[in-house]
Design a protein around this ligand. Sequence first.
Ligand code: F6P
Length: 545
Amino acid sequence: MLHPEAAKIWTALRDHRQTLEGVTTRDLFSRDAQRFAEFSFGFEDVLVDFSKNRVSRDTLALLLSLARASCVEIRRDEMLRGDPINTTENRSVLHTALRAPADADIRVEGRNIVPDVHEELARCYAFADAVRSGAIRGATGDRITDVVNIGIGGSDLGPAMGARALSPYADGPRPHFVSNVDGADMADVLARLDPARTLFLVSSKTFTTIETMTNAGSARRWIAKALGETAVGSHFAAISTNIVAVEAFGISKDRMFRFWDWVGGRYSMWSAIGLGLMIAIGPERFAEFLAGGHEVDVHFATTPLERNIPVLMGLVGIWHRNIMGYAAHAVLPYDQRLGRFPAYLQQLDMESNGKHVHLDGTPVEGSTGPLVWGEPGTNGQHAFYQLIHQGTDVIPADFLIAAEPHEQGMGDHHAILVANCLAQTEALMHGRTQEEAKAVLTAQGLPPVKIELLAPHKQFAGSRPTTTIAYRKLDPRMLGRLVALYEHKVFVQGVIWGINSFDQWGVELGKELASRLLPVVKGASAEALDASTRGLVAHLRGLAR
Ligand code: F6P
């Protein structure tokens, strides 16, 4: 499966690792006065600084030849023009078409799909405007004040992450999100709402997902109980590719918004799946979000690989995962409203690149996608950063920071946030030698015996890799850019690993087994189950009242 040229470069990269043995990132900075300038890449008002990763110019050169030998440019162009690169499902992969301008021409099976995209977007915008203005009301004539998106995975994480990220721009009905089949999720949201003023958006690409269908059924009963069965139609809308199932649920065609099977669930927040976000922030701002994504598409499609930010993000990640063997990747936004961004990226990255076979079905010999996780700074600093600084595993991290906060007149809050973000990346890169630790302890006047005891604990290895993404402000356009940057990063890595980043068969087995177990949990015979599962069923049944 590996292209012979790529195979040679993998070997060269492994050899090259030896040349960095014993070289710290500090050394790399002191050897190269231009390092920051050489390893930082600008795009609009975004700067992505890779200089604190332990990579040299030679490392980048080798990684770039790996990208070329792995046909990243060819695969990118295939994706962008609509070739069916999702080979296991024989589908095109065209989330980029969802943010393309109206005069673009992108073809699926010979047909330009851009007019369909814009037609559906216009329907969504008209619906969002009508809900926001009060032209669309509940069955009792009350204005809609709360919109609940019912969906899971890609039909939840994007709009939920976006609604939180862009809350300073929200001037429409309040957005809520129910995803978990745990009834607590729905119950907690409903407890705050008035049925007469609530609109539900049932978001599901397939319209068969058990969590979403169960939650939608409960919401339907809640409305029917409070306002009568005839009110249901006025309090629901649906977003799906499965028009037949939506109609069967009882949602009329004019409240049904579609997207297409060439949009993967985890790539769908740009489509009608973003309706909850559109209603919250309004169509104009949603259009800015799309424009930000499109700017990155143009950058990805046209910028030479040497300056192509998502390509470089992908390549530095390949270095960490495959050459250095780092298994995890942290995403640490110093932006409280990006609190759900790591969770969003978990699906984007781990569902896309958590794969064990190449496109032709042969096993992958090295490693594919890392474990992606994170929390906003500075909170994470007081929880898990200790492990990132001094733990035995190296965890590369992305730090995200805005120059401007939304909150004005709050004194030093933002300056302290920025200082902390920069201080963490500095500390992770710089570390502290035992000698330096001893000098600090000596200056504090500690006795020599205490200094000897404490110095190893106060030593930091340093050279812990970080990438900083610095931008002006988290506005809709910037959020669009951020999401698209990571989408293309994930794509680049998938191409280099030679895997299909656009299917998700691994999730299916659990779904199948859950359907088989449901009757057992409800009382059917557990005989056919394995001993552990049978034992657990018996225990839970015994405890349940
Ligand atoms: O978790 C598997 C998955 O298929 C995701 O890929 C998808 O985003 C999610 O379930 C929800 O699927 P649907 O939108 O069809 O309800």
